[in-house]
Design a protein around this ligand. Structure first.
Ligand SMILES: Cc1cc2nc3c(=O)[nH]c(=O)nc-3n(C[C@H](O)[C@H](O)[C@H](O)COP(=O)(O)OP(=O)(O)OC[C@H]3O[C@@H](n4cnc5c(N)ncnc54)[C@H](O)[C@@H]3O)c2cc1C
Length: 427
């Protein structure tokens, strides 16, 4: 018998496209409508601040699927269209305030939006944000040797943009309100390594600072004025001041929202026919035993797959350990890193390093770092060391299930990480 159900996915990015793909591979034969506000085919965002922004990767590399995949798989792709209203009672969404569309099951994959600052002079041409491929295009068009670049915010996006700009030969000033880049995510010890990396690459770091206003000539950016009144020449400013989950549809529809759209372990929201995944979802993580919201690529990829199975009624628990990666610069010195785990608000006691963390012009640092509390590994990162992520994840999972490690062995590069995960004693 034909499946008469309609599954609607709001948000045509990585989460949404992976969910559509998984619905088909899991055998769903009903109608799938994938609605997205942007006009590009669903794409992945990491290249927008890396290979694509360096002008080294073509646009097509970012696409989740080629254009033909959607008709081939009978997925109705509705692009350039915003879902303006969700009515859980009537089981409808409204597209661009006009057309209602009935769903049997709905996925909210609306992701995040860049936070925007309303500073004097923000409307000058050359003040940019980076979330979409169109914004990456605009930044790329301003990046060239000698262009004066200012980046506000030394988080992941800010640092990757700084690295791409240096690769184009542009002088870069990095302005940050804290004292070190990435300190909020990685803590002081690893943040220092990133500060050294960017300094070695010629980035000028302005800590404990901010932008007070933008100045322009004829509507085109010419300089910025920092918090302390000093002035920097600027042809391009990239604002990397964080993102916020796109929860407005869910909120207006009366779904439970707390930072993100609240879901259970299977990514089902407070409405049984509505699911959420990716950046927008606040979910209970089984390995961590706590509620989290994750703004990273691997959560979009894995959450998209997992939520599709939940939508099909398969008893799915999203048993995924938070993971992300970042690549900054090519050649030496550069850092390609992966990170798994989660350091919550209680923080960590110490960071244990194994390997060489020094930043030198002629060689790359190669190390792992572990954030430890009470002898338990809460999170681990490998920098320029391939093929150890699986062992790091095993250590983190062991830590979250209450097992501690010998810290001396953790620091010893001669002891394989796999040997540190010991079986739980029999109860
Ligand atoms: C420049 C950049 C670089 C990144 N690099 C990395 C990296 O190196 N490593 C890493 O782990 N993560 C990285 N990330 C983060 C990662 O890309 C995100 O976590 C991921 O994109 C989240 O996917 P998503 O599908 O949940 O949401 P999004 O990618 O935000 O997509 C949501 C989509 O929904 C659409 N939408 C929203 N509301 C509506 C509506 N009402 N109607 C219709 N459509 C709507 C939006 O327009 C958007 O297209 C990066 C992000 C950026 C911006």
């Amino acid at each position: 018998m034909a499946d008469e159900r309609t599954f609607v996915i709001v948000g045509a990015s990585l989460t949404g496209a992976k969910a559509a793909e998984t619905l088909r591979t899991e055998g769903f034969t009903g109608r799938i409508v994938l609605v997205g506000q942007e006009s590009d085919l669903p794409y992945e965002r990491p290249p927008l601040s890396k290979g694509y922004l360096m002008g080294k990767e073509p646009r097509e590399n970012a696409y989740v699927h080629k254009a033909q995949w959607y008709p081939d798989n009978n997925v109705e792709l509705v692009l350039g269209t915003r879902v303006t209203r969700l009515d859980p009672k009537a089981h409808t969404v409204t597209l661009d305030d006009v057309e209602p569309l009935r769903y049997d099951r709905l996925l909210l994959a609306t992701g995040s939006r860049a936070r925007r600052l309303d500073l004097p002079g923000s409307d000058n041409l050359g003040v940019r944000y980076l979330r979409t491929i169109t914004e990456s295009d605009a930044i790329l068009s301003d990046l060239h040797e000698g262009a004066n670049v200012v980046v506000l915010g030394a988080g992941w996006i800010g640092l990757e943009v700084a690295a791409a700009a240096r690769t184009h030969g542009a002088p870069v000033h990095l302005v940050e309100r804290g004292d070190l880049p990435l300190k909020r995510v990685l803590g002081t010890e690893v943040a220092r390594i990133y500060a050294n990396l960017h300094e070695a690459r010629g980035v000028i770091f302005h800590s404990q600072s901010g932008i007070r206003e933008f100045g322009g000539v004829g509507g085109r950016l010419s300089h910025v004025i920092l918090a302390d009144g000093s002035e920097l020449p600027a042809d391009l400013v990239v604002m990397g001041v964080g993102i916020a989950p796109a929860t407005e549809l869910a909120e207006a529809a009366g779904l439970q929202v707390d930072d993100g759209v609240v879901t259970d372990e299977s990514l089902r929201t407070s409405d049984p026919d509505i699911f959420a995944a990716g950046d927008v979802a606040s979910f209970v993580s089984p390995p961590l035993g706590q509620r989290i919201r994750v703004e990273h690529w691997a959560n979009a990829l894995n959450g998209g797959k997992s939520v599709a199975k939940s939508m099909l009624g398969q008893a799915m628990v999203y048993d995924w350990l938070p993971y992300f990666y970042s690549d900054q610069y090519e050649g030496t010195p550069s850092i390609s890193m992966e990170y798994a785990g989660f350091v919550g608000p209680d923080g960590y006691d110490q960071v244990v390093f194994r390997g060489d963390t020094s930043i030198r012009a002629d060689a790359n640092p190669e190390f792992a770092a572990f954030w430890v509390r009470d002898g338990r590994v809460l999170a681990g990162m490998n920098a320029n060391v391939p093929d150890v992520q699986e062992q790091i994840q095993a250590l983190v999972r062991a830590g979250y299930s209450g097992r501690s490690v010998d810290l001396a062995k953790l620091a010893d590069p001669d002891v394989p990480l796999a040997d540190l995960v010991t079986p739980l004693p029999r109860s």
